[in-house]
Design a protein around this ligand. Structure first.
Ligand code: NOJ
Length: 760
C-alpha cells in the first residue's frame, strides 16, 4: 500500500497542497472530498470536521442480512444507521446489493459529512466460485495460483458490493481436532507466511483502489490455533518464545505485504485475551511493525472479555479493548454505547479516538470509497463463475490433491479396468465438497466426483454406483448392495470423508478418525476381493490407522470447492500426474496430537515413545506421491564458510527418472544444532515447485541470507544470529556449513521476512 505518501516532508509540494486546501475551503469544497489532495491531509481535514459521536460511529460495525452463521448470535437483521463505520453482511443475496447501494447513498448524501460505509463479508476461499479450502490450497505449494484465486475472488466480491473480506486466516494450527484447521495454511510458519502473503497480494492487488481489489483481514490475531484440546474458543497457553517463533511470523509477513486490516482473536494468550492485549495489538503490531490500517474485534469478542473474566461489564470491556488497540467493534455496540462516556470521564483520550478513526478512514480512502462509493449492479449471471474462474478452481484443486498411497502402482487405472465400482456417501455429493465458509457458492455449481468420472472416462469405463452408507450413524443396510457391486467390478473407488459442517468455526472433534460406519463399509468391501482406491474429502488431517491398511491407494482431495470431480478423475485416469504435498502432518492416531515436523529435539530421542502405539505419524508434512520418480543428484554449496554479510547458494539437480511429466516441490530446510535457544530439528526456509519432463534434469536453487534464514527470534521477538555450524537439508541430503564471525550473538532486529520468492 502506498504508505510512503504519509511521510511527507514540508516541501514546495506540501505548500501547494495547503494552498489548494485553502482555495477549496474558500470555495466551499471540503479537502477530504477532493481526490487530488494527499491521503493524510484528507484524513486530517475530515477528522477536524467530525463530532465525537460521528467519530465513535466510525469505530463500529453492525450487521445486515439474514444470520446464516449459527455461531454469530443475533437478530435476523440489525437496524442501520447510515453514519456507521462498517456493515458485515451475513449473507450475500443479490438483493443485498440494491440495499447496499441504497444505504450507501444515505451515508453519502443524507448524512452531514457523507462518509462511505465499508462493507465486509466472510470470503474465505472464494465468493461465488468456490476454490479448495485454504488448507488444500497450501498443499498445492503454488503461491502464484493461490494469489490468482484470491484475485478472482476479489473481483466477484466487488461485484457484490463488498470491499472487505475476513481472510486470510493466518493462524498456525497443529491440532487437527480444531475445526478451523481447514481455514488456515497448515502447521509451518514459513509456509503459512508464503500463502498469507500470496492471498493478501491477490485480494489487494497492486493498489487497493483498483476496481477489483478488496481489503484483506489477517485473522485471528493471535494464537487462536492453539486453543487447548482443539476446542474452539478455548483459552490458549503460549509461551512468549512460541509466540515469536511460530504464531506471529505469518501475521508479520502479511502486515509487511500491506494487509489493510487484522481481526483480534477470541482466545486469551496465557491469561491476556487477544482482544485486550495491548502488547500485541499496539506495541507489536502498530509500533514495531508499523501497521497503519485498523484492527476489528471478532464477533462479540469485546463483550466476551466479561466471560473471559477480565471485564466486569460491557463498559469496562470497551475500555480494555479500545485502549489495547482494537479500533473497530464488530457488532457488540460496546463502543457506540460507552466510548463517549469513557471520553467524558477522562478514561479514553481524544487523541486515541482520533488516531483510531484515522486508521479506519485511511482504509476507506485507500479503497477509493470516498470517490467511488457505489457498486454497479450487473446481472447475477454476469462476471461471476466465468470459464476462467472455473478453470482456475480446477487447476488449484488438481495441484492440491495429494496421492497418499499407491501400492504396486495401482494408479493410474490400467486399461484392464473396465468396470470401476463407485461407492460411498461422498461419490455423488455436491454439498460437502464446497467445504466450510463457502461464501455465496451454490451446491448446484459443484461438480461431483461421479460426474467428474463420467466426463473423464465416458463409455471407456462402466461406473456402477452404490452409496453404501451415510457419513455417520449405524445404518449398514446399504452394505450388501455395495459389496455385490464391488464383486462385479475390476476395482472399487470408495469416496469417504467429512461433512462440510464438521470443520470450520465451532466444529471441534474429539477424534479425527472417520465415523465407524465409514470404516466398516471399507472392511465389508474388502470381502469382494477387489483393489480398493480410497478417495478422501475432509477439512482436517484424518486418523487412518484402520483405513490405510485396507486401501491399495489413497487420494486426499480435501474439500475442493466447485471443481474437484474432473481433477480427481484426471488423477485416476493418468491424464494428471498428482503433485500435491501435505502442508500438515497426518498423525497415525488422535492420541499422537500434537505431531508436526518442526518440533524440537527430545532430550532423550532414544526413549519417550508411546508404549501402546507407534510414535511416528502416518504421513509427515511434505508427503505426497507422484506417478513418476524424481531423483535428486548431489546438492552443492557455493561455499562452506560464510560471514553474516555473505550469501550462500545451494543447488540440487533433480531428474525425472520416470516416464511421465510431473511437478516436483523441493523443500529446503535449515538446522542449527547449537544455538542459545533450543531450535526445531529442522525449519522450512524455502520451497519451489517446477515441472520436469521425463529424462530432464532441472536445477533448484536456494539462496541463503544469514540474517534472514539462519537467525531466530528470542522470546521478545529480537532476531538473533549466532556463529557456528549449520546444516541445509534437501531431500535426504544434509550439507554442513559454517557461519564464521567473532561475535557470539548478534541481534538482527530488522532481518526481514522472506515472502516466498528468492527475489523478493
Ligand atoms: C467469527 C469468526 O471467528 C470469524 O472468523 C468471522 O470472520 C466472524 N465470525 C464474522 O463472521
Amino acid at each position: 500500500m502506498g504508505q510512503s505518501s504519509q511521510k511527507m516532508k514540508p516541501s514546495s509540494f506540501t505548500l501547494v497542497c495547503l494552498l489548494v486546501l485553502l482555495v477549496q475551503s474558500l470555495q466551499g469544497q471540503p479537502a477530504y472530498k477532493n481526490p487530488d489532495v494527499p491521503l493524510e491531509q484528507r484524513i486530517t481535514d475530515l477528522i477536524g470536521r467530525m463530532t465525537l459521536e460521528e467519530k465513535i460511529l466510525q469505530l463500529n460495525q453492525h450487521w445486515y442480512g439474514e444470520n446464516l452463521n449459527p455461531n454469530n448470535h443475533g437478530e435476523k437483521t440489525d437496524p442501520i444507521t447510515p453514519e456507521i463505520g462498517s456493515l458485515i453482511f451475513l449473507s450475500e443475496e443479490p438483493e443485498l446489493l440494491t440495499f447496499r447501494n441504497d444505504i450507501q447513498r444515505r451515508a453519502m448524501e443524507k448524512t452531514r459529512l457523507g462518509i462511505p460505509i465499508l462493507f465486509g463479508f466472510d470470503v474465505i476461499h472464494g465468493m461465488r466460485t468456490i476454490y479448495p479450502i485454504p488448507l488444500a490450497q497450501a498443499c498445492a505449494w503454488n503461491p502464484a495460483l493461490v494469489s490468482q484465486a484470491a484475485g478472482m475472488a476479489a473481483r466477484e466480491t466487488r461485484l457484490a458490493g463488498i470491499n472487505w473480506v475476513f481472510s486470510p486466516m493466518t493462524d498456525i494450527a497443529r491440532d487437527p481436532r480444531w475445526g478451523r484447521v481447514a481455514e488456515g495454511f497448515g502447521e509451518d510458519p514459513y509456509a503459512a507466511s508464503a500463502f498469507c502473503v500470496a492471498t493478501v497480494r491477490g485480494y489487494q492487488g497492486t493498489n487497493l483502489s483498483n476496481p477489483c481489489s478488496v481489503a484483506a483481514c489477517l485473522k485471528h490475531f493471535v494464537g487462536y490455533g492453539m486453543s487447548e484440546g482443539g476446542r474452539d474458543y478455548h483459552a490458549s497457553d503460549i509461551s512468549a518464545q512460541s509466540l515469536w517463533e511460530t504464531y506471529l511470523p505469518p501475521f508479520e509477513a502479511g502486515v509487511h505485504a500491506g494487509a489493510a486490516t487484522l481481526m483480534s482473536a477470541f482466545n486469551d494468550i496465557s491469561g491476556v485475551p487477544a482482544t485486550a492485549n495491548h502488547y500485541l495489538l499496539t506495541e507489536v503490531l502498530k509500533q514495531r511493525w508499523g501497521h497503519d490500517g485498523f484492527v476489528v474485534s471478532d464477533w462479540n469478542a469485546i463483550a466476551q472479555l466479561i466471560t473471559q473474566g477480565v471485564a466486569k461489564d460491557r463498559k469496562e470491556a470497551a475500555l480494555k479493548s479500545f485502549r489495547a488497540g482494537v479500533e473497530m467493534d464488530m457488532v457488540d455496540r460496546a463502543y457506540s454505547d460507552y466510548l463517549k462516556e469513557l471520553v467524558d470521564e477522562g478514561k479514553v483520550n481524544i487523541e486515541l479516538i482520533n488516531e483510531s478513526v484515522a486508521r479506519v478512514l485511511r482504509v476507506k480512502f485507500r479503497l477509493g470509497l470516498f470517490d467511488r462509493p457505489y457498486t454497479p449492479i450487473v446481472a447475477e449471471s454476469d462476471g461471476r463463475l466465468q470459464p476462467a474462474d472455473k478453470h482456475l478452481a480446477a487447476k488449484l484443486a488438481e495441484e492440491s490433491m495429494v496421492l497418499l498411497k499407491n501400492e504396486k502402482g495401482i494408479l493410474p487405472l490400467s486399461a484392464k479396468v473396465s468396470t470401476l465400482a463407485v461407492i460411498g456417501p461422498l461419490a455423488k455429493d455436491q454439498t460437502n465438497l464446497l467445504g466450510c465458509w463457502s461464501g455465496n457458492g451454490k451446491e448446484q455449481d459443484v461438480e461431483s466426483i461421479f460426474d467428474g468420472l463420467a466426463s473423464e472416462f465416458g463409455t471407456r469405463l462402466k461406473l456402477p454406483y452404490v452409496r453404501g452408507c451415510d457419513f455417520d450413524g449405524d445404518d449398514e443396510s446399504g452394505f450388501d448392495a455395495a459389496v455385490a457391486t464391488a464383486r462385479q467390478a475390476d476395482a472399487v473407488l470408495v469416496c469417504l470423508g467429512e461433512k462440510k459442517s464438521w470443520s470450520g468455526e465451532n466444529a471441534s472433534r474429539s477424534t479425527i478418525a472417520l465415523p465407524a460406519i465409514q470404516e466398516k463399509l471399507v472392511a465389508r468391501l474388502r470381502q469382494a476381493g477387489k483393489p480398493i482406491i480410497l478417495v478422501l474429502s475432509n477439512g482436517r488431517p484424518l486418523e487412518l490407522q484402520r483405513l490405510e491398511p485396507m486401501a491399495n491407494a489413497i487420494v486426499e482431495i480435501w474439500q475442493p470447492g466447485i471443481a474437484g470431480g474432473t481433477p480427481l478423475a484426471g488423477i485416476l485416469s493418468g491424464r494428471v500426474n498428482p503433485s500435491g504435498r501435505l502442508a500438515i502432518t497426518f498423525p497415525l492416531t488422535t492420541g499422537q496430537i500434537p505431531t508436526y515436523y518442526n518440533m524440537r529435539a527430545s532430550a532423550r530421542p532414544w526413549g519417550g515413545n508411546y508404549q501402546d502405539m507407534p510414535t511416528e505419524p502416518l504421513y509427515w508434512f511434505g508427503h505426497g506421491l507422484s506417478y513418476t520418480t524424481f531423483t535428486y543428484g548431489n546438492a552443492a554449496l557455493s561455499a562452506d564458510k560464510i560471514t553474516r554479510d555473505q550469501k550462500l547458494t545451494v543447488q540440487v539437480p533433480v531428474t525425472n527418472t520416470g516416464k511421465m511429466k510431473g511437478m516436483e516441490t523441493v523443500f529446503w530446510y535449515i538446522s542449527d544444532p547449537v544455538f542459545s535457544i533450543s531450535r526445531p530439528v529442522k525449519e522450512l526456509k524455502y520451497f519451489e515447485k517446477k515441472e520436469i519432463n521425463p529424462g530432464e534434469t532441472v536445477v533448484f536453487n536456494f539462496e541463503i541470507e544469514p540474517m534472514r534464514d539462519l537467525g531466530y527470534p528470542d522470546a521478545s521477538g529480537k532476531r538473533l544470529l549466532e556463529p557456528g555450524s549449520f546444516y541445509v537439508r534437501v531431500g535426504n541430503q544434509k550439507l554442513a556449513f559454517e557461519l564464521v564471525e567473532n561475535f557470539r550473538t548478534a541481534s538482527v532486529q530488522e532481518a526481514g521476512i522472506r515472502t516466498h520468492s528468492n527475489k523478493d
